[in-house]
Write a protein that binds this ligand. Structure first.
Ligand SMILES: Cc1cc2nc3c(=O)[nH]c(=O)nc-3n(C[C@H](O)[C@H](O)[C@H](O)COP(=O)(O)OP(=O)(O)OC[C@H]3O[C@@H](n4cnc5c(N)ncnc54)[C@H](O)[C@@H]3O)c2cc1C
Length: 569
C-alpha cells in the first residue's frame, strides 16, 4: 500500500502505512497500532490553540510531553493501571489499623511522569503569562490516554490557591505544605509532610445525604485550640485517600467550615481517618475512591468558621476547569482513534474513510473535537494570574456552561468513535472501552450537569459583568457567519429575559440546560469562526447553532408539560 491522503476534515492528513497480513498470507484488513505517536505534533487544533492563547513559549515542553503520552509504553501503563486497580489494606499483618491503599506499579510510574511534567503545580511553581494554558494542553494530552491518575493531580493543583490564600492563618501551611505541593518528585511514602519530597492534596465534601447540597453536611468539627479541630463524621466519596491531606468541609460552631485534614500527623502517627471501603466504580478504575469515617481526626481551620463554601469554592472552580480539559482530551483521544481506524480499514471494497456516510461521521467528530479544544484553551486563559477583570467575569459564566456542555458531549463522542472501530472498539485492547467508562464521570463530579446549568442561570440573573464579558467575547466574531449572528442575537435576548434576581425555583430553572447549552455553542461557534478553517467553522455553525444547545436531553421547550409526562411514565 502506498502513502495515501484520506478525507480527514479540516485539512487533517491521514497517512496510511502497510497493513498487517494474516498468517494465511492474506490482507487482514487491520490497521497498524495507533499508539507510538506524538500527541502534540499530531494535533493541529491543540497546537494552534495553545499558541493563540499565550503558550507558544511552551511548545518544546509540550512536544516532549506529547511524545511521552503518545508512546506505546504509556498506553500499556494506562491499560495496566486500570486492569490492576487499587486495593484497600485496612490492617497490617499484626492487626494494626493502617488504612492504606496499594496501587499497581503502573499507577506510580504514571504519577511520577505527570508530576515531573508539573500537572499538579506548574502555573503556581513557574508563574508566567500562558502558564495555565500550557498546563491545560499538557493535561489534555494526558486525558487522551489515562484519566484515573488525573484525579489527585487535579485536586492538588486546585488546592493551591486555597492554601496560599490562608497560609498566614496556619503557619504550618506556608512552611511545610506549600513547598511540598510545588515539588515535582512523586513521593508515595506514608510519612509526615515534613519528611516527604512532595505532597498531594485531595478534597472531601460529599456525604451520604448530599453531594450537590454540601450545606447539609453533618460531619462535626470541635475546636481544640490554636486553629486545630477534631472531626467526627464521614465522607461518602473521598477520592485518592493516599493523598497527604484533604481539604474537607465540616460543621463547626460558626457553621460549615473548611479544614486541612492531614493523613499523617506531625508526630508521625496516623490521623484518625478510617477507610471503610473502596468504591467499585464504572470507570476511573486506576484511582481509588473511598468511603471514610473521622474518629476525632485532627484538622486545621482554613478561613473563618462558617465560610467553608466560600473558601473551598476556589478549589472547586479549578477542578471544574480540569473536568472540561479532561472531557476535551477524552473526545480527542477517541476521535483520533476513529480517524486512524477508518483511514486503514476497508469495507465493501473501499476504505472506510472514503465512504461518504463515514466521512460525515468522521468530520462531525473532528468538528466537535476541534471546537472543544478551542473552547477549553480559551477558558484556561481566563484562569491566568494576570487575567483582567473582564476575563475573570467571562470565566464566571463560561466555566459552568462549558462544564455542563463539554462533559455532556464526551460520552456521545466517545460512543460514536467506538462504533467507527466496529467490534474492535468494544474490546479492551483498543482503549476505547476505558475512555467510554470514563466519559460520564466529569459530568457527575465537581457539580453535576443541572447544578452547572443553574449556576449559569444564576450568573445571568445576578452578574451583569459576566453577561457583558460573554457578549463582548461573542461580538468579536460578529459578521463572520449569519447563523452565528442570529444565534448570538437569540442568546442575548434569552440572557436578558431571565430577568433580575427572582430567587431560586422560578420557572426559568426548567430551561436552564437550553440556556447553558446556548452559551456553550455560541462560544464555540465564535471561536471557530475566528480561528478555524472555514470548512470547520461553517460545519459547526450549520449543525450546532440552530439547536440552541438542544443536542442534550433535558432541553424540552418551555411549556412542555414535564410534570404530566413524568406522572404518565
Ligand atoms: C468516582 C467519583 C469520585 C468522587 N470523588 C469525590 C471526592 O473525592 N470528594 C468529594 O467531595 N466528592 C467526590 N465525589 C462525589 C461527587 O462530587 C458527587 O457525587 C456529586 O457532587 C453529586 O452529588 P450526589 O452524588 O450527592 O448527588 P445529588 O446531589 O443527590 O444530585 C443528584 C442529581 O440531582 C441533580 N440536582 C441536584 N440539585 C438539583 C436542583 N436543584 N435542580 C435540579 N437538579 C438537581 C444533580 O445535578 C444530580 O444530577 C465523587 C463521585 C464519583 C462518582
Amino acid at each position: 500500500m502506498t502513502a495515501h491522503e484520506a478525507g480527514g476534515a479540516g485539512g487533517t492528513v491521514i497517512i496510511t502505512h502497510p497493513g498487517t497480513r494474516d498468517p494465511g498470507g492474506g490482507d487482514a484488513n487491520q490497521p497498524p497500532a495507533f499508539e507510538g505517536r506524538n500527541l502534540y505534533l499530531s494535533d493541529r487544533a491543540l497546537r494552534s490553540a495553545a499558541e493563540r492563547e499565550g503558550a507558544a513559549w511552551a511548545a518544546d515542553r509540550l512536544e516532549a510531553w506529547g511524545a511521552a503520552m503518545g508512546s506505546a509504553e504509556t498506553y500499556a501503563l494506562a491499560a495496566r493501571a486500570n486492569r490492576f486497580g487499587p486495593e484497600l489494606k485496612t490492617h497490617d499483618r499484626f492487626g494494626n489499623r493502617i488504612d492504606e491503599v496499594v496501587s499497581d506499579p503502573a499507577w506510580h510510574l504514571l504519577m511520577t511522569a505527570a508530576m515531573r511534567e508539573g500537572e499538579h503545580c506548574s502555573p503556581w511553581a513557574e508563574p508566567r503569562a500562558g502558564a495555565q494554558v500550557a498546563r491545560a494542553a499538557a493535561y489534555l494530552m494526558h486525558a487522551e490516554v489515562e484519566n484515573g491518575t488525573q484525579c489527585p493531580l487535579t485536586m492538588t493543583y486546585a488546592a493551591m490557591p486555597v492554601l496560599r490564600r490562608h497560609q498566614d492563618a496556619v503557619p504550618w501551611l506556608a512552611q511545610s505544605w506549600i513547598p511540598k505541593v510545588l515539588a515535582r518528585d512523586y513521593d508515595p511514602r506514608t510519612l509526615p509532610v515534613a519528611d516527604k519530597t512532595s505532597a498531594l492534596i485531595g478534597m472531601g465534601m460529599t456525604e451520604r445525604q448530599g453531594g450537590s447540597d454540601v450545606r447539609a453536611n453533618t460531619t462535626r468539627a470541635t475546636a481544640a485550640g490554636n486553629g486545630e479541630y477534631r472531626l467526627q463524621g464521614h465522607k461518602w466519596f473521598f477520592s485518592a485517600p493516599m493523598c497527604d491531606a484533604h481539604l474537607v468541609l465540616a460543621q463547626a460552631a460558626g457553621g460549615l467550615s473548611c479544614f486541612l485534614l492531614p493523613r499523617i500527623l506531625p508526630d508521625g502517627t496516623r490521623n484518625a481517618v478510617r477507610i471503610n471501603r473502596l468504591k467499585d466504580k464504572l470507570g476511573n478504575r486506576s484511582n481509588a475512591s473511598s468511603e471514610v469515617e473521622f474518629d476525632d481526626a485532627s484538622a486545621w481551620l482554613l478561613g473563618a468558621e462558617g465560610r467553608g463554601v466560600q473558601v473551598i469554592i476556589e478549589m472547586v472552580q479549578h477542578t471544574r476547569l480540569d473536568c472540561i480539559i479532561g472531557s476535551s482530551g477524552l473526545m480527542r483521544g477517541a476521535a483520533t482513534q476513529a480517524l486512524h481506524h477508518a483511514a486503514h480499514r476497508s469495507a465493501f471494497g473501499k476504505r472506510l474513510a472514503l465512504q461518504p456516510l463515514m466521512q460525515n461521521v468522521l468530520a462531525d467528530l473532528a468538528v466537535e473535537t476541534e471546537a472543544a479544544i478551542a473552547m477549553t484553551l480559551r477558558l484556561a486563559r481566563t484562569f491566568e494570574a494576570d487575567a483582567s477583570d473582564a476575563e475573570r467575569a467571562l470565566a464566571r459564566v463560561a466555566t459552568p456552561a462549558l462544564k455542563y456542555w463539554l462533559c455532556k458531549r464526551a460520552p456521545a463522542v466517545v460512543a460514536e468513535a467506538m462504533e467507527v472501530l466496529g467490534g474492535n472498539g468494544y474490546v479492551e485492547e483498543s482503549a476505547l472501552p476505558r475512555l467510554y467508562r470514563e466519559a460520564p464521570l466529569n459530568s457527575i463530579w465537581e457539580g453535576s450537569g443541572n447544578v452547572m446549568c443553574l449556576d449559569v442561570l444564576r450568573a445571568a440573573r445576578r452578574e451583569p459583568a459576566a453577561v457583558e464579558a460573554l457578549l463582548d467575547e461573542l461580538a468579536l466574531a460578529r459578521g463572520g457567519n449569519a447563523l452565528l449572528d442570529a444565534h448570538i442575537a437569540a442568546l442575548t435576548a434569552a440572557l436578558a429575559g431571565v430577568g433580575g434576581d427572582r430567587g431560586e425555583g422560578g420557572s426559568d430553572e426548567s430551561g436552564a440546560r437550553r440556556l447553558a447549552g446556548g452559551v456553550a455553542v455560541a462560544l464555540a461557534g465564535a471561536l471557530m469562526v475566528r480561528h478555524a478553517a472555514p470548512a470547520l467553522a461553517d460545519a459547526y455553525c450549520a449543525s450546532r447553532l440552530d439547536r440552541f444547545g438542544s443536542g442534550a436531553l433535558g432541553t424540552l421547550p418551555r411549556g412542555a408539560a414535564c410534570a404530566e409526562i413524568i406522572a404518565q411514565a
